[in-house]
Design a protein around this ligand. Structure first.
Ligand code: UGA
Length: 450
């Protein structure tokens, strides 16, 4: 199948490479010439495991290329729309500028029988408007809404082996024809038994935001439990294990810590709420405001935990300003992790980076490490100091783990004690073994862990 992928950011670049890996002939279109050049050289600007290799293999095989010219999409039968839908500045709602621009630019190149496939995360109701726009110029083209569920860090595997395939299709013959075309694109996954749900546009659009809202709610639920656990001296990790054994609940996404970030969950719950307000059912999704608030409060809790531990250790050095955060001034803190999750260099709405910035703002002498995200973090926050893990730990009065990269989970408390100047570790992801760190002389603080 000849395929175009419009928008070659995270989603589009991975999707284009994976569609080519399935044997399709793919052209990726992006308005950014630098991005297109980098992708044509198999050197994507994002770090995503396996993406560089997949690009190199498919470019070499001649199944994949990238272009800035929409005319290069004209030969394709299927056009995936994979542009971003960021949060509108100062608002919760999604900014659909790129989606509309992509469809406007594509429409003149659509041939009869073409299928436009929406992958971007959009407010419910968008697909119907786009379908009308497409039909106005090319009545024999169709739109399918096909939400994407890939996770950063495992995006290539998620795209090649999705856990479900969802289509929102128009009614009648048009829908049946469009579905048959897309079934050809996903023939491998469908043949291997991947569950498929075929529904209407609105439901398909809602599936995506509902899934992310549910995941965000699950994380904030366990983070709320971690606050309760702290209040009573209970252990939220044991609590999560115990309730997670109930298959109706499940253990995944019950890891309490500094909270969720990234380019999807935070903006999607805000856009979902904003859409509900527009639909006159704002109260229905009012709970997502609380989900967001709990999530952001976790960042305060981590900062408070560091400040609290430092002020306790201070003895008479701490003269008690209004808040214990006064104890942070001039204190040397090693921040381990900046990316919003491990195996990613993405710092969009990263809780880790936010905590680092707050610590710096409160006067701490912060030195930040991350295996992959330093270039992105430095570009956004040049005021922070960046270093290798060893340099960050050397002379640190407190160590704070904020992204659970394997190398941080595996730190040897005795080895860190040999180079740090203090013995305070704040585990913002609840992944360290408190007993091992305490045995090595550390004051250990997690979130909702005694
Ligand atoms: C999320 C969804 O998981 C994907 O299904 C979806 O396709 C994607 O958004 C999207 O809309 O494009 P992603 O943003 O890559 O994927 O990251 P997640 O793995 O969902 O993690 C999100 C955040 O939650 C991270 O900051 C992570 O550290 C945090 N998290 C996750 C927790 O704090 N606790 C947990 O138990 C799990």
């Amino acid at each position: 199948m000849r395929i175009s992928v419009i928008g070659c950011g995270y989603l589009g670049a991975v999707h284009a490479a994976c569609m080519a890996a399935l044997g399709h002939q793919v052209v990726g279109i992006d308005v950014d010439p630098d991005k297109v050049d980098a992708l044509n050289a198999a050197t994507p600007s994002i770090f995503e495991p396996g993406l560089g290799d997949a690009l190199a293999a498919e470019l070499e095989a001649g199944r994949l290329r990238f272009s800035t010219d929409y005319a290069d999409a004209a030969e394709a039968r299927v056009h995936f729309i994979a542009v971003g839908t960021p949060q509108r500045r100062g608002e919760g709602a999604a900014d659909l500028t790129y989606v509309h621009a992509a469809v406007e630019a594509l429409v003149p190149h659509l041939r009869p029988g073409a299928v436009v496939v929406g992958k971007s995360t959009v407010p419910v109701g968008t697909a119907q408007l786009l379908a009308e726009r497409i039909h106005a110029d090319q009545p024999d083209a169709s739109l399918v809404w096909n939400p994407e569920f890939l996770r950063e860090g495992v995006a290539v595997a998620d795209t090649l082996h999705p856990d479900r395939i969802v289509y929102g299709i128009p009614a009648g013959d048009e829908g049946d024809r469009a579905r048959a075309v897309l079934d050809e694109v996903y023939a491998d996954a469908l043949a291997s038994g991947t569950p498929q749900v075929v529904t209407d546009y609105a439901t398909a659009e809602l599936v995506k935001v509902a899934a992310n809202a549910f995941l965000a709610t699950k994380i904030s639920f366990i983070n709320a439990m971690s606050e309760v656990a702290d209040a009573v001296g209970a252990d939220v990790t044991h609590l999560a294990d115990a309730i997670g054994h109930d298959p109706r609940i499940g253990r995944k996404f019950l890891n309490a810590g500094v909270g969720f970030g990234g380019g999807c969950l935070p903006k999607d719950i805000r856009a979902f709420r904003a859409r509900a307000e527009e639909l006159g059912i704002g109260d229905t999704l009012g709970f997502l405001r609380e989900v967001d608030a709990i999530n952001l409060r976790q960042r305060d809790r981590v900062v408070d935990a560091i400040a609290g531990a430092l002020s306790v250790n201070d003895g008479d050095r701490y003269f008690g300003s209004d808040s214990s955060t006064g104890s942070l001034v001039g204190r040397r803190i090693a921040v381990l992790g900046l990316a919003f999750k491990p195996e990613s260099d993405d710092i969009r709405d990263s809780p880790a980076l936010d905590v680092a910035v707050r610590l710096k703002g409160l006067g701490a002498d912060v030195v930040c490490a991350d295996p992959k995200a330093i270039p992105n973090a430095r570009a956004k926050h040049p005021q922070l100091a960046y270093a290798s893990t060893a340099e960050a730990l050397a002379g640190a009065e407190a160590v704070v783990l904020l992204t659970e990269w394997r190398e941080y989970r595996d730190l040897d408390p005795a080895a860190v004690a040999a180079v740090a100047s203090g013995r305070i570790v704040v585990d913002g992801r609840n992944v360290l073994d408190p007993d091992a760190w305490r045995a090595a002389g550390w004051t250990y603080r997690g979130l909702g862990r005694p």
